[in-house]
Design a protein around this ligand. Structure first.
Ligand SMILES: C[S@@+](CC[C@H](N)C(=O)[O-])C[C@H]1O[C@@H](n2cnc3c(N)ncnc32)[C@H](O)[C@@H]1O
Length: 426
């Protein structure tokens, strides 16, 4: 506020700053006033003492014209208030779906430019499909707890093990049953990476020998009937899907939770060879779909729905991930859980538009020392905390048919829109 003298009384009067006026105009949805204030050079980055921005206020009220004016003027779509909420959450919290869509479109376009730039700079490929095919033709090297591509970029690294163990716990019905009530889980969040649960085995030594319980679960056509319910009562069960084998850390962890069926999609010939050497194809209940997930999609859909799904590929970009998400409503069981390697922030908004909600669980990675990155060309992780996503249907009782139409837009629908790179080593 600026203070000016009141001529009559001599008292000081508070005059709102341009930014405070902008906040007010955005809150009431006065798009003309918003445009006028922007013209007068009001700062569109402004956030009040609580971190609330004009864009958040406009989004909360569903004032899409005011939002458009602010976004065009450069208002950051992903700024957060003091509680960590961004404009998308203001819109969602107030049931303003149109405002969510405006933000989502804007965010995707912004990320698209970024993604395209990075792709050209780092991969030199005209499209991300080409980037993936470039990767798939490279010779890979397994070196201890590292899987490297021909340029020495890390496809997967052992430091991610605690993250993968937790991802597996989250998506496997066998592990979910054993977990504590939600309240207690909340308390544990952020206390560091959880200890491996159940039997652990290393991908370098291959799958462990098959237990009686596992033999009983293996090859079940469906998780149904008396046997399946017995499995669900405490000995694993369910059908779990993992896309991208890499070091096999998550697949090994999934096996430790005794799923009735376990489908793995893997595209790289060297990784498939590695899996064969370790005996994965003979593993009871395990089905390996060889090829890019895009190419084996019909089999993937035929084998579904899945009780748990994990997605973690390499050499792909956000546009591929979005395409995968467009199939999620048909792939994921209504009470299933989906998770993915999380290198992105805007995914919550994208999934919300499909009726899926994302909770993030903080996992402390700590500071990764230089020794972790020795022999790896690019450091692809820079943070001490990993936010592990847990995706479920917002309304599990909603009929499947309605959601399944979402999965049909595929490459010609939203999957065509590009965005930020997917993460590892890219
Ligand atoms: C980062 S690694 C996965 C690591 C795994 N989560 C683990 O725990 O070890 C990515 C894997 O995805 C595979 N991949 C890349 N593109 C793929 C695609 N389009 N379809 C299926 N697999 C793909 C890569 O060959 C690689 O094995």
């Amino acid at each position: 506020m600026t203070e000016i003298a009141n001529g009559a009384s001599g008292e000081a009067l508070a005059v709102p700053s341009l930014e405070q006026q902008l906040l007010q105009a955005a809150a009431t949805g006065d798009a003309e006033e918003v445009a006028r204030l922007i013209e007068l050079e009001a700062d569109v980055d402004y956030q009040d003492e609580d971190g609330v921005s004009p864009l958040m206020k406009a989004a909360e009220g569903g004032h899409t014209a005011a939002m458009a004016a602010l976004l065009q003027a450069g208002a950051p779509w992903n700024a957060q208030d003091r509680h960590g909420y961004c404009a998308g959450e203001y819109a969602m919290g107030n049931g303003q779906q149109e405002a969510v869509d405006v933000l989502l479109d804007f965010a995707v376009q912004a990320e698209l430019v970024l993604g395209a730039l990075q792709r050209r700079m780092q991969v030199g490929a005209p499209s991300s499909a080409a980037a993936n095919s470039d990767y798939l033709q490279q010779k890979l090297v397994y070196r201890g707890e590292q899987l490297l591509d021909a340029d020495g970029e890390a496809v997967m690294m052992g430091w991610e093990r605690p993250l993968m163990l937790r991802h597996a716990e989250l998506i496997c019905p066998g592990a979910r049953q054993q977990q504590e009530p939600a309240g207690q889980q909340q308390e544990q969040q952020g206390e560091g990476a959880p200890e491996p649960s159940g039997r652990e085995e290393d991908s370098s030594t291959g799958p462990a020998s098959t237990s009686a319980a596992e033999q009983r679960t293996a090859g079940l056509p469906e998780a149904s009937g008396r046997e399946a319910s017995a499995l669900r009562a405490g000995r694993g069960g369910g059908h779990v899907l993992n896309v991208g084998f890499g070091l096999g850390i998550i697949d090994t962890a999934i096996q430790s939770h005794h799923p009735a069926r376990h489908t793995i999609v893997e595209a790289h010939p060297d990784v498939l060879e590695h899996m064969a050497r370790l005996g994965w194809p003979e593993r009871p209940g395990v089905r390996i779909l060889r090829g890019r997930w895009q190419d084996v999609l019909p089999e993937l859909l035929d084998g579904g729905p899945y009780d748990g799904i994990f997605f973690d590929t390499y050499g792909e970009y956000y546009e591929e991930m979005r395409e995968f998400h467009s199939h999620l409503p048909r792939l994921l069981a209504r009470d299933g859980i989906y998770s993915f390697f999380n290198g992105l922030a805007l995914i919550s908004l994208e999934l919300a538009a499909k009726g899926l909600i994302v909770d993030y669980e903080p996992l402390e990675v700590g500071s990764l020392g230089d020794d972790v990155w020795q022999g790896v060309r690019s450091k692809y992780w820079h943070f001490e905390t990993y936010f592990l996503p847990r995706v479920t249907f917002d309304d599990p009782l909603e009929p499947v048919a309605e959601a399944s139409t979402e999965g049909q837009d595929g490459p010609s629908g939203e999957g065509q829109e590009a965005g930020e790179e997917e993460g590892k080593g890219e």
